[in-house]
Design a protein around this ligand. Structure first.
Ligand code: ARG
Length: 540
C-alpha cells in the first residue's frame, strides 16, 4: 500500500518518463530505523535531470506529502520516509488476520512442474537426494502460494546399464533373506563389490552387459528381479518421505520411458539433428559451445539424456507447464544445459521454460559425503537421531534437518552437523519452533478478543516484519530460493523475542491489542515454516 502511494507521488512529480511501477521497484527498506521505514535513492536520476542526487532528494522530500507519512527527510541522496506507526500497525494486523495472508494470484491458471528427489533404486537415499527433496518441496509450496498449481514428480533412477551390473552381482553373491532385511544396504554392498572385482576381472562387465540386454528385452528372470529390487527400494524411500512429511503427485521413473525413446530418436532424426560419431549417435551443440549430447551409445544402449528428453516431452504433453523445474545437484549442470538446448534446437518453444535448480553438496568435515567411499550417514539414522536428540519429538528433529538445509542459499555447500542443527540458540529450526511455542503458551494464558489498534512503538520492528511477508514470498518464488523464507522467519522470531523480552505483555496495558500482535506473529511463523515444509509444535 504505502509503496504504491509513494511511487505514485514520485511519478507525479518526476514526470512521464518515470512510470510508478519502475519507481516502486527502486524503493528500499533501510537497514537502520533512524533512516526511516522506506527510502528512495536518487542517484539514478542525476543524469536525466543534470543535477546532483543530494539536491534531487531534497526537492522530492519537500514535495512528498500524505497523511500516512509522519516525516520525510533528505539524507545523502536518499529520501527517507517515516510512516504513521499506529495507522500502519492497524492496517498490517488486519491483513495478517485475513485468510491466506501472503498469497499471490500471479500464478493463477498456470502449472509449475517440479522434478525433485529422484533417488536411485538399490542404493541408499543420499544427502543429495535429501537436499533435492527438501528444496523441491519448498519450491512447490511457494508456487502454490503464488497461485500456481504445482506438480511434484519423483523421477526414480530405475534404469540404465548399472542395473545389468546389479543383476549380475546378485546372481553371484546375492542372498534373498539378507536383502529382504536391509535392501538398500545389501544391494549397494553387492553393487560396490561388483565394481571392485570388475577392476581385476573384466569378464564381469561383460556379464553385466548381458544381464542388461536381458532386462531390455524383457527376459522373465531379469525383469522379475528388477521389479523386486524396485519394490523393496520404493518401500524404503516411502519411509523417508513419510518422516519428512512429503508426498508426490507422480512417481514415474526412468524405466517408464524405456519403450518411448524410439519416438524421441526418430523425431530428432527427422529434424536432421542426429549425427553418427564413432558408432554412437549424438546431437551436436557446437553453436552453444557445448559438447555433443549422446543419444545412443556405440553399443546400442540409450542414455540418461535420451530418457530425460523423452520425459520432458511427455511432461509437456501431460501438463502443459509454464515452468518446469529440475531440482538436481550442481554436478549435473552440463546435462541439463544439453537437454534444454537439444529441445530448443528441435523447435519446442516450451524448452525455454525448463530450468535447472541446482544446489551445492552436503559436506562432512569439509568433505563430500560419498556412498562409494563409505563416507555416508544413512538418512534414516539421521532423522532418527535428530528426533531422539530433540527429546523424542520427531517433528522438531525432522524440522531441524529441513531448516538447516534451507537456511543456506541452495548453491552453497552445507556442512552437515547434527549439533548445529539442534541447538536452541542461534539460527536453527528448534529456535523458531521454541519461539512459536512460547508465543502460543502466552496466548493460552489470557482471554483476549482481537483488536488491531495497537499503539506501541516498541512493536514497530515486529509489525514491519509481518508486513514484509508477502513480498518475501514473491521474491523466494521468483528466485527459486527458499532460504529467503528461512532467513525471514529468523528475523521475525528475533524481533518478536526482543519485543517479548522488553515488554511484559501480560502485565502491560493494551492487553487485547498486544495479544493480537502475538497471535499475528504465530500465524506468520506457522505459515513461514509451512512454506519450508515444516510443521510447528505447540508445546516444547
Ligand atoms: N536419479 C538421478 C541421480 O540420482 C537424478 C535424476 C534427476 N532428474 C532428472 N530428470 N534427471 O543422479
Amino acid at each position: 500500500m504505502e509503496k504504491e502511494i509513494i511511487a505514485l507521488q514520485l511519478a507525479h512529480i518526476l514526470g512521464e518518463e518515470f512510470p510508478p511501477e519502475d519507481l516502486q521497484q527502486k524503493l528500499e527498506y533501510p537497514k537502520h530505523s533512524q533512516h526511516g521505514d522506506i527510502s528512495f535513492p536518487c542517484f539514478f536520476l542525476a543524469g536525466h535531470f543534470r543535477r546532483n542526487p543530494k539536491e534531487i532528494a531534497e526537492e522530492l522530500s519537500s514535495q512528498l506529502t500524505h497523511p500516512i507519512f509522519t516525516k520525510t527527510e533528505a539524507v545523502h541522496g536518499y529520501v527517507n520516509i517515516f510512516l504513521d506507526q499506529p495507522f500502519m500497525t492497524n492496517h498490517v494486523l488486519n491483513r495478517v488476520l485475513q485468510e491466506g495472508y501472503g498469497s499471490h494470484s500471479f500464478g493463477e491458471g498456470e502449472r509449475v512442474v517440479l522434478d525433485l528427489s529422484a533417488p536411485n533404486i538399490a542404493k541408499p537415499f543420499s544427502m543429495g537426494h535429501l537436499r533435492s527433496t527438501i528444496i523441491g518441496n519448498s519450491l512447490a509450496l511457494l508456487a502454490e502460494k503464488c497461485g500456481y498449481t504445482s506438480v511434484k514428480i519423483n523421477y526414480i533412477g530405475d534404469y540404465g546399464t548399472q542395473f545389468g551390473h546389479l543383476l549380475a552381482a546378485y546372481k553371484k553373491w546375492g542372498d534373498e533373506e539378507t536383502i529382504q532385511k536391509a535392501p538398500l544396504k545389501e544391494l549397494s554392498n553387492i553393487y560396490v563389490r561388483f565394481h571392485e572385482e570388475s577392476k581385476h576381472d573384466p569378464s564381469l562387465i561383460e556379464e553385466g552387459r548381458e544381464w542388461f540386454k536381458r532386462l531390455e528385452k524383457g527376459g522373465t528372470e531379469a525383469v522379475t528381479l528388477w521389479k523386486w529390487f524396485r519394490e523393496l527400494s520404493l518401500l524404503k524411500f516411502d519411509e523417508i518421505y513419510e518422516q519428512l512429511g512429503i508426498s508426490f503427485d507422480m512417481t514415474r521413473g526412468e524405466a517408464y520411458y524405456s519403450d518411448k525413446m524410439e519416438e524421441t530418436i526418430s523425431l530428432l532424426e527427422e529434424k536432421g539433428m542426429v549425427e553418427k560419431s564413432d558408432g554412437a549417435l549424438v546431437v551436436r551443440l557446437d553453436e552453444y559451445d557445448l559438447p555433443p549430447c549422446l543419444i545412443v551409445k556405440s553399443n546400442g544402449t540409450t542414455t540418461y539424456a535420451t530418457r530425460d528428453l523423452t520425459a520432458a516431452i511427455d511432461r509437456y504433453r501431460t501438463y502443459g507447464f509454464s515452468k518446469s523445474l529440475y531440482v538436481v545437484g550442481n554436478e549435473q549442470t552440463l546435462h541439463f544445459e544439453q537437454i534444454k538446448k537439444v529441445l530448443e534446437k528441435a523447435g519446442f518453444p516450451w524448452a525455454s521454460s525448463m530450468q535447472h535448480i541446482s544446489f551445492g553438496m552436503m559436506l562432512q568435515n569439509g568433505k563430500k559425503m560419498s556412498t562409494r567411499k563409505g563416507r555416508t550417514i544413512l538418512l534414516e539414522d539421521v532423522l532418527q537421531e535428530a528426533g531422539e536428540r530433540a527429546g523424542g519429538n520427531n517433528r522438531i528433529g525432522t524440522g531441524a534437518v529441513i531448516f538447516h538445509d534451507l537456511k543456506h542459499h541452495r548453491l552453497n555447500d552445507v556442512e552437515f552437523s547434527l549439533d548445529d542443527m539442534l541447538t536452541f540458540e542461534g539460527t536453527t529450526g528448534p529456535y523458531i519452533q521454541y519461539t512459536y511455542a512460547r508465543a502460543i503458551s502466552l496466548l493460552d494464558k489470557a482471554e483476549f478478543s482481537l483488536n488491531t489498534e495497537l499503539d506501541d512503538s516498541s512493536a514497530w520492528e515486529v509489525v514491519k516484519q509481518l508486513h514484509a511477508f508477502p513480498e518475501e514470498i514473491e521474491r523466494a518464488f521468483l528466485q527459486s530460493d527458499p532460504s529467503i523464507i528461512a532467513r525471514y522467519v529468523l528475523r521475525l522470531a528475533k524481533y518478536f523475542n526482543q519485543y517479548y523480552a522488553h515488554t511484559k505483555i501480560l502485565q502491560a496495558d493494551q492487553l487485547d491489542k498486544r495479544l493480537t500482535l502475538v497471535f499475528s506473529v504465530t500465524k506468520v511463523l506457522e505459515e513461514g515454516l509451512h512454506l519450508l515444509g515444516m510443521e510447528t509444535v505447540e508445546k516444547m
